[in-house]
Design a protein. Structure first.
Length: 447
């Protein structure tokens, strides 16, 4: 990766969501451009940069454990440097600087482009550096990116921050208000990715449907989709994180009419009970959610729907959970994530009464997950006998099977299609005949 004589060797560790992945890719591109040598081995690194996550307690624990482990690595050679970047640094820089002396610097979410200078500062001044500024910063020009994803698909972060105030979510407190990236910047970055061979763009932000409102005074997501669809080399465009009240007819029609835009709607609903939704601070209701599902399926009967639900929110009764369970089963979501409520520091709901006991949350999680597994397996079984256009991702290790995905399957989070008798390489599109459905994946034979 751009080896330079006597260059400092840096290993970047990425934790958390795809938005963090994009930040790490830009950080690595800038480091390489500045003359650093990137390495995948901690043993050969002079500096380790950990791009942390602080979304929920489990993510914070994972980040802390990674810092502690890197601290042992640093003890072996005091000349090594450990840089803590990302959301955990942005949210807790002061506390961490007092409690984690093994770290040489803390770099916030708006400062990752300066990480090379921070490394030099720690070496020149032999002191701890805290570089955390306002989280609302948004880079307007495309940075050089070194992809952490397979070469044929890439995430395109279209905005930063969030203007919603869900009572369970701390993200606006450390990622700031919503800040869209200019459409021209995104188009340029997408062209660069396409020139590098990328065939699938996955659009991400905290709320992808809010795109453009802060910058242009109106939603520009349909326009962005149409612009990206004109780029040569891009074959699929997929959106993640759509807020339900903002999926309007204009967006639905754009997805239906643009051939390159996957008929894939990732809409985190969080719940269906009106009382729970109100206390969550969600601008939705059972009636509006049902109308939205109906509008999408009437316009695109074959669209794939992904959602996520939270169980055990404060005050969630057995009746409310039962309503959620029934809704999930009858709605037949192709993909669904289920999460236990986590009381996050600084959020309104963390201090509320009527907290649901842990064992009840776990029971509800298991029940909802089991029900969704049955729904998904039934939907997969209905695909037996169909021929699908698939994008090859990789060979499944230890088998002759090819892992591939259809337009209704997002990378890294959804099931896959295992293809027999295919000599295709990653990044190639193939046709395959589906012959069997498993609990999680599909089996197909290449046509």
């Amino acid at each position: 990766m751009g080896k330079k004589k006597d260059a400092e060797r840096v290993k970047v560790v990425t934790l958390g969501c795809p938005k963090n992945t994009v930040d790490s890719e830009a950080m690595m591109g800038i480091l390489q451009q500045d003359g650093y040598e990137l390495t995948e081995s901690a043993d050969s690194a002079d500096t380790v940069v950990i791009n942390t996550c602080a979304f929920i307690d489990k993510a914070k624990e994972e980040s802390i454990e990674a810092i502690i482990e890197a601290g042992y690595w640093k003890e072996e050679d005091p000349s090594r440097r450990l840089i803590v970047a990302g959301c955990l640094a942005q949210r807790y820089a002061q506390e961490l600087s007092e409690e984690m002396p093994e770290a040489d610097a803390f770099v916030g979410t708006s400062e990752f482009m300066n990480v090379g200078g921070v490394i030099q500062q720690t070496r020149a001044e032999e002191r701890r550096v805290v570089k955390v500024s306002h989280p609302a910063y948004q880079y307007t020009q495309p940075f050089p990116r070194l992809q952490l994803t397979p070469w044929h698909y890439a995430y395109l972060k279209i905005a930063e921050g969030c203007d919603h105030r869900c009572t369970f979510c701390a993200i606006p407190s450390f990622r700031g208000r919503y800040s869209s990236r200019p459409l021209e910047t995104l188009a340029e970055e997408a062209r660069r990715l396409a020139d590098g061979g990328v065939k699938e763009l996955v659009l991400i932000s905290q709320d992808t449907t809010w795109y453009g409102r802060d910058l242009y005074g109106e939603c520009r997501l349909p326009q962005l989709l149409r612009t990206l669809a004109q780029i040569d080399g891009i074959e699929w465009i997929r959106m993640l994180y759509l807020y339900p009240t903002l999926v309007d007819d204009a967006l639905i029609e754009t997805v239906a009419s643009e051939e390159k835009v996957c008929a894939y709607f990732d809409i985190p609903l969080q719940h269906i009970d009106n009382d729970v939704l109100k206390r969550m601070g969600r601008a939705t209701s059972e009636a509006s959610i049902r109308r939205l599902m109906d509008r999408i399926r009437r316009r695109m009967p074959n669209a794939a729907l992904r959602t996520s639900f939270i169980v055990g929110f404060p005050g969630e009764t057995e009746e409310a959970f039962g309503k959620l369970l029934d809704f999930m089963v009858e709605s037949e979501f192709e993909h669904c994530g289920v999460f236990e409520y986590s009381p996050e520091e600084g959020t309104p709901s963390a201090s509320w009464q009527r907290q649901v006991e842990e064992h009840v949350k776990q029971e509800r999680l298991l029940e909802l997950t089991a029900a969704q597994c049955e729904v998904a397996k039934r939907l997969r079984s209905q695909r037996i006998g169909q021929t699908a256009r698939l994008l090859a991702d990789r060979r499944r290790p230890g088998t002759p099977l090819l892992e591939a995905r259809g337009a209704g399957q997002a990378p890294e989070i959804d099931d896959v299609v295992l293809v027999q008798n295919s000599g295709a390489r990653s990044g190639q599109f193939i046709d395959a005949h589906i012959i069997e459905a498993f609990e999680f994946d599909l089996l197909a034979v290449a046509v």
